[in-house]
Design a protein around this ligand. Structure first.
Ligand code: OSB
Ligand code: MG
Length: 385
């Protein structure tokens, strides 16, 4: 605990004076196709929380369609406008960790809640003159990492040859880990071809819940490909069937969609449903809960990595802060800005091609410069509370 006069001043409560809600839309450099459908634009909500003369920023990664999550842009706007924002306006908060109790009266809607959570972490870190990575790393003996290992998530392409070309392009840029999206009928042949073309590359697959336990024989065909992991093959709320699949296959099993909270992580660990967890802060209501999942996994010796939702630079800055924590030992789905956008609403993040890393921001808070002109250009709806 910090002591002395300065530290006491740092911990003064911050009163939330107003909140801005922006709905933005900007093109992706190429469509992103998963087993639940294609996405051609990046559309999301940006939240700005104003307190004590500072502004904290958060991204709500809900999409147009309820494909990855039941939440959409419209449900998130509704829940933020009617319930979450009114619950925080005028509130004197001391630590972002207090937010979950305050929003407990709203069940679910983690993506909407996470946007506010991120903004509060940004504010609290700024108040203490710390980067968000430093603020998140306060409970640990080791400080935050300065650069984070990253990979690239490759959507479903028109065919296998096209996929190999796209992968080759990313490897040439310096990405050291490749994730391939799969769907039923577009899986084993793709994985075999990728393994053959790139024998040394760490390759993993992400099914986004497109299979059932009856498909175990499909996954057994992957056993000799030395894949890094298989991500979320079964139901988006399942942990039990994953625990039954796991002993039937050699490839390490990773959960994404199924882990909605630290409790879900605890349940999954208790029944040994996975070898690895993908932590997306938005999926678990934000950074406070994401850190709890990280702590549980670390205690259980289960590696974690930071997942992505095609974030703008605002979300990306938060991903990098989270992935700087000690338990994040596998490369994250955190690619450089140019993998997603020609022009983003923040200063771009670039890949360190010599070791497939991205630098963790060091300036106070999220530590990323917002491009206000660009933000205005891509805003399609806004409201101040
Ligand atoms: O399942 O990890 C996923 C993107 C949107 C929705 C779900 C997922 C993804 C990704 C992209 O894999 C990761 C990224 O942001 O680069
Ligand atoms: Mg996934």
């Amino acid at each position: 605990m910090p002591q002395g006069h300065a530290a006491q001043r740092e911990r003064l409560p911050m009163k939330i004076e107003s909140v801005d809600l922006l709905h933005i839309r900007q093109p992706l450099v190429s469509p992103f196709v998963t087993s639940f459908g294609p996405q051609t634009d990046k559309e999301c909500l940006i939240v700005t929380v104003h307190a004590a003369g500072l502004s904290g920023w958060g991204e709500c990664v809900a999409t147009r369609e309820p494909g990855y999550s039941y939440e959409t842009i419209e449900t998130a706007w509704h829940v933020l406008q009617e319930f979450l924002v009114p619950a925080v306006l005028g509130w004197d908060f001391e630590e972002p960790g207090e937010l979950s109790r305050r929003l407990h009266f709203v069940r679910g809607h983690p993506l909407a809640k996470a946007a506010l959570d991120q903004a509060l972490w940004d504010l609290a870190a700024q108040r203490e003159g710390l980067s968000m990575a430093q603020k998140l790393a306060q409970p640990y003996e080791e400080g935050p990492r300065q650069r984070v290992a990253v990979g690239v998530s490759v959507g479903i392409q028109a065919g296998i040859e096209q996929t190999l070309d796209v992968v080759q392009g990313y490897l040439a840029q310096g990405y050291g880990r490749i994730k391939l999206k799969i769907k039923p009928g577009y899986d084993v042949t793709l994985a075999r071809a990728a393994r053959q073309a790139f024998p040394q590359t760490p390759i993993m697959l992400d099914a986004n819940s497109a299979y059932t336990l009856d498909d175990a024989p499909v996954f057994q065909e992957l056993d000799d490909l030395a894949l890094l992991m298989l991500e979320q093959p079964l139901g988006y709320e399942d942990v039990y069937d994953h625990s039954l699949l796991r002993p039937q296959i050699n490839t390490p099993l990773c959960l994404d969609e199924s882990i909605h909270s630290a409790d879900h992580a605890r349940f999954a660990l208790a029944i040994e449903a996975c070898d690895i967890i993908n932590i997306k802060p938005a999926r678990v209501s934000g950074w406070t809960e994401a850190r709890r999942v990280h702590d549980l996994c670390r205690e259980a010796g289960v590696p974690v990595w930071c997942g992505g939702m095609l974030e703008t630079g605002i979300g990306r800055a938060g991903q990098l802060a989270l992935a700087s924590l000690p338990g994040f030992t596998l490369p994250g789905d955190i690619s450089a800005t140019d993998r997603y956008f020609e022009q983003d609403i923040t200063a771009p993040f670039t890949l360190n091609s010599e070791d497939s890393t991205i630098d963790v921001p060091t300036a106070p808070g999220l530590g990323v410069a917002i491009d206000h002109r660009q933000l205005k250009k891509v805003t399609v709806r806004e409201k101040r509370f």
